[in-house]
Design a protein around this ligand. Sequence first.
Ligand SMILES: [Zn+2]
Length: 280
Amino acid sequence: MAAYYKFSGKFAPQGPLLGILAGAGVSIPATFLYVYGTVSIPEAKLRAICTLAFGALIGACSGFAMCWGKVRNKFVAATVGLAASLFGLYFSWFAWIMHLVQPSHWVFNLARSVMHPRKLWSAMLVVNGIGTWSSGSGGTPEHGTFLWIVWIGEALLLAATGTLAAFAIVQLRPFCERCEQWCSQKTKLFFAPSLPADQFKTNLESQDIASLAKLAAGDPKHPHYRVDLYTCANCHSLNTVSLIQSFGKNHKTILNKLMIAPDQAAAIRDLALARSPRPI
Ligand SMILES: [Zn+2]
């Protein structure tokens, strides 16, 4: 029966701490860019992209720090990503309110006023009653319930992006518990979409690695399947393959971290070597 790799759930105590410090740490300088972006960009869709980028940056930094801190627990990875994103949200609110109150000196005032959540809440209530921007041309600024919905939407978007980014980065590679290290050796193979995804999956699950050699090579610039092999660079005994289908916009993971034997992993590496362009 096909066996899939699962995280052990272990983590060193410093792992989540590093994740929080990295995510919250990068959110401080990034906040200034974020507030600058949200204030100076009039287009609502572009402002939403700023929120996505801000959340992705926080989550990614948090995720990479947790990889460094050897976190192999999905719940911890997601929780730390969420916590770092919420810190970023909190800090960006202070920066934005300070920008509204004192546009010319807000950068300097931020350090002093940042520790007063109650003042921030009072300021938010005042700003919500008045509004600062209008979606129509020359109309009254958006305020009240509609503005609360926009703010909640922004908070959810930021928190979800940060959480997902941290989670995605931590679960990208398997971790060899025997050697206490991430599987850093990666082999990529591209195949033409010459068979249904289910059949490709069944072939891999039945450990039929020999069938891969018979499939036509794919072009990464056109619709293709991709097989990712991760191997522990130290012991070579932990090997996982993932199958990703990329048919234009239809991009999905068909199979995630199926465990295969070392000799089958070696066969995949040999095939990758045989298909790689050789220097003349
Ligand atoms: Zn190992």
